[in-house]
Design a protein around this ligand. Structure first.
Ligand code: NAI
Length: 333
């Protein structure tokens, strides 16, 4: 049966990396009908808002979306499309696996962890106000319900994926009320999963420990902002943002995307690494039940890195986005 998927090209390097994904999926002959929608700057121009009604309706109907990165103006302008969509569809679990690729040289070996980030509240709740000209306040909203939801997702994921330990990252020594609620929720859910170890670590010490000994970590569970920062840090452990993918999962919808942003510094130069987005698409195919196609794509990427001859600029090579895509297609078997 044909599967309908909402497709958002995004901006910056978005159209380049999403084009790569669409070429691969078309080559595989997956029975997918892409419903292309716009978001962010393009949507503001057409509809006067970054998230338009057609986009919302499309995701509500299809329940699955593949999304390219979307630029968010810094310190002014509209709110993040990513944050908005995650809240709109209660995509409470942001799942970002970080694993070394065999053959790909980087600072560390044996990194195999997953960043599991609460995706709907915390400091990204969007409750921010000016108090006079020289003061502004952001509210960090932490609820028992959202904390329990992400904790349960993490423990269930650990069981399913045969992972042994969850490290909950917090700053409860300073953020005594909010992070106490988070930790209480995590601890109460952990009580139902005696087979999985729970460890708690203050976020600043965790940053140092992860950089020194990433091999000691399995699942990192965090509130929204800490999870956002730590997942870029973890991407750096295995070779950078061009490689890491992230799924936004809710009970009624899921949006698959790369961890990276729109990379305006390299947009339009055919030098973006499409791997992260290709892997996001592969995860999406798995989610849709197209397991064989999901595996084929992952194997093709792994083969390329094992060979080490076809690398994009971020990984020290000189292969362009289009050429890399052609190589992936050539290796789909
Ligand atoms: P960024 O992730 O776009 O770029 C950071 C650095 O990594 C840049 O040097 C960039 O060239 C490099 N990079 C990122 N992806 C790459 C790829 N696939 N291949 C090769 N190099 C890559 O982060 P930045 O610059 O902080 O944000 C740019 C814009 O993206 C902002 O407006 C931000 O709000 C937005 N953003 C959007 C996200 C999304 O749509 N999911 C996620 C993160 C940021």
């Amino acid at each position: 049966m044909t599967k309908n998927v909402t497709l958002i090209y995004g901006d910056g390097i978005g159209p380049e990396v999403i084009r790569s994904v669409v070429d691969i999926i078309e080559f595989l002959g997956c029975d997918i009908n892409f419903d292309t929608q716009i978001a962010g700057l393009e949507s503001v121009k057409k509809y006067d808002k970054p998230i338009n009604d057609k986009l919302i309706e499309s995701i509500r109907e299809n329940k699955v979306a593949l999304k390219g990165p979307v630029t968010t103006p810094v310190g002014r302008g509209f709110r993040s499309v990513n944050v908005g969509l995650r809240q709109e569809f209660n995509l409470y679990a942001n799942v970002r696996p970080v694993k070394n690729f065999e053959g790909l040289k980087c600072r560390y070996e044996n990194v195999d962890l997953v960043v599991m980030r609460e995706n709907t509240e915390g400091l990204y709740s969007g409750v921010e106000r000016k108090e006079g000209e020289e003061k502004a306040v952001s509210e960090r909203i932490i609820t028992k319900k959202a904390s329990e939801d992400i904790a349960r997702y993490a423990f269930e994921y650990a069981r399913k994926e045969n992972r042994k330990k969850i490290t909950a990252l917090h700053k409860a020594n300073i953020l005594k009320l909010t992070d106490r609620i988070f930790l209480d929720a995590v601890e109460s859910v952990a009580g139902e999963y005696k087979d999985i170890e729970l460890e708690e670590m203050i976020i600043d010490a965790a940053c140092m420990n992860i950089v020194m000994h990433p091999e000691k970590y399995d699942i990192l569970l965090a509130t929204n902002l800490f999870g956002d920062i730590i997942s870029d840090l973890c991407a750096g452990l295995i070779g950078g943002l061009g490689l890491t993918t992230g799924a936004n999962i809710g009970k009624d919808a899921a949006i698959f995307e790369a961890v990276h942003g729109s990379a305006p510094d390299i947009a339009g130069t055919n030098s973006a690494n499409p791997t992260a987005c290709i892997l996001a698409a592969s995860d999406m195919l798995g989610y849709l039940g197209l397991k064989e196609e999901c595996t084929k794509i992952k194997r093709a990427i792994e083969d390329i890195f094992k060979d080490g001859k076809t690398l994009t600029k971020d990984l020290g090579g000189n292969c362009g986005t289009k050429e890399f895509t052609r190589e992936v297609i050539a290796r789909l078997k």
